[in-house]
Design a protein around this ligand. Sequence first.
Ligand code: AKB
Length: 358
Amino acid sequence: MSPGKSGMYPAVHERPLSGGRRSRAVLVTGAGGEMGHSLISALAARKDTSVVAMDIRELDPHVREHCENAFVGDVCDANLLERLLAMYEVDEVFHLAALLSTRGEFAPETAHQVNVVGTLNLLKLSAEQARSHGRRVKFIFPSSIAAYGIPDLDTKRKAGAVREDQFLEPHTMYGVNKLAGEHLGRYYESHYRKLAKDRTPNPIDFRSIRFPGIISADTLPSGGTSDYGPEMIHAAAQGNPYACFVRRDARIPFMTMPDAVEAILKLAAAPKENLTRCVYNVAGFAPSAGDFERLVMERFPNAKITFEPDLGRQSIVDSWPEDVNDAAARGDWGWSPKHDMQRAFDEYLMPRITARYR
Ligand code: AKB
């Protein structure tokens, strides 16, 4: 890999820009992650969109080929972000880079750096972009059900589908960070540099979704606590035994990756005047780990699934709601998932996963 234009930061295939003018682009951070893979192909299908990607690692070639440019680096590296934004006029940011809930509990301060300081860097530079090109920058921030923290199982069961403003006392650093990211976004949208004489009002158009666990047929998650759902399915499809790290009765909401990408694009495209809030719940289906086991065993009768709860990870799942109320997303921007659990298995997961491991 050759050094970038400044000679300081590695960038993959940086292309010179014609006539020294900055070209318009959509920035996707965490582009090499699970959601990045699917989101970038969907964005690339929009004829009018140039995608500039950023990730801590080099992108897979099939993701890279959809991008106008790809930067290898860290969202905490303010110099790299500044250089990227000096090359492009960014109108829209999909800030996917994050360190997830399980990994974050082993390195909470690093999680804070990546999840909060990284988000702050991007919000600040987006506000500067808005000031320089004179248009609001749309900032799309995937938050998480980890933003919730329910004190005990009894309360969780009684609470049922929680609303956006309930139980906001997260038990993980990742959840604390996601909640902080939501507040930072709201601050940059409405109050940034409130007292400065030269302030640009409302530089950011901040929109966020609290995602449940996400299941992809094409990629496996890593470092999260909702990983048991996708791990169980992928293990069974490969003929591998799987020891589930939560109890059979553990229940949180999930959705498929195509529905998650549809949600993020739909929220990004919604007319601002229709939005009554910055942060929205979205629900897909809400299975127990035992429901996953049953559906997996129906499709892979020889699968070997055991339950060996890890008390720490179990306690994280127990603090997350068993379902979320997504009435605001349905009412404001027409959210409606394509897949319930049965359709997720029959129409999306089974055909693709079995083909993948054949
Ligand atoms: C995690 O498990 O940390 C993530 C999430 C629920 O946001 N998948």
